[in-house]
Design a protein around this ligand. Structure first.
Ligand code: G3D
Ligand code: MG
Length: 171
């Protein structure tokens, strides 16, 4: 079965959203294109069980324009990667604001929380913090990732597809 699903990357500026999506779609950089207000959409096919899911991955640009285009950005999403920087607790504290906006727009869609930059030595966000936010929301999982060295980068997207397939949201 083949389908196309939209996912969005959410989280504060500089947590590594663009780096993560770049790492994931490296071999398909050409099809990227800009739409209004700095949002980039990149596409990549993911195989999972007997599904081929073409992910349309929406990566927001400047955070300052976020409020004006928020509903457009989230509209039609089947899932989200909600990303913080493990060396910056403020980005973890801001995750609920992002997730609440997402859920207000699209409902209870699956979310993978990512503690990115796990390659750094000084990390403040620990496993129990990530567990806590997963428990708060449900229909969610977490991973520690590094766009720099590639740790769990592909797994982040694949796991999200797995949750979306489980909801039959990709058929
Ligand atoms: P954003 O799209 O969320 O705003 P970016 O974030 O992908 O632009 O990344 C912001 C900065 O964090 C960049 O630094 C980028 O190289 C760095 N970064 C992203 N992911 C990782 C990671 O996993 N580990 C480390 N150590 N750094 C990361 P610069 O200085 O290049 O602008
Ligand atoms: Mg970016």
């Amino acid at each position: 079965m083949h389908s196309t699903s939209k996912i969005v990357l959410i989280g504060d500026a500089r947590v590594g959203k663009t780096s993560l999506v770049r790492r994931f779609v490296t071999n398909m950089f050409d099809p990227s294109y800009q739409i209004t207000l700095g949002t980039t959409i990149m596409k990549k096919d993911v195989e999972y069980l007997n599904y081929i899911v073409t992910l349309a991955i929406w990566d927001i640009g400047g955070q300052d324009v976020f409020r004006q285009i928020r509903s457009k950005y989230f509209f039609g999403s089947s899932g989200a990667l909600a990303i913080c920087d493990v060396s910056n607790p403020k980005t973890y504290e801001n995750l609920p604001t992002w997730v609440d906006s997402f859920k207000n727009e699209v409902g209870d869609k699956p979310i993978i929380f990512l503690g990115n930059k796990c390659d750094l030595k000084d990390t403040e966000i620990k496993e129990e913090d990530m567990k806590a936010i997963v428990d708060k929301y449900g229909n969610a999982e977490f991973l520690f990732t590094s766009a720099k060295d590639g740790t769990n980068t592909e797994k982040a997207f694949i796991n999200l597809v797995r949750l979306m397939v489980a909801e039959e949201d990709v058929i």
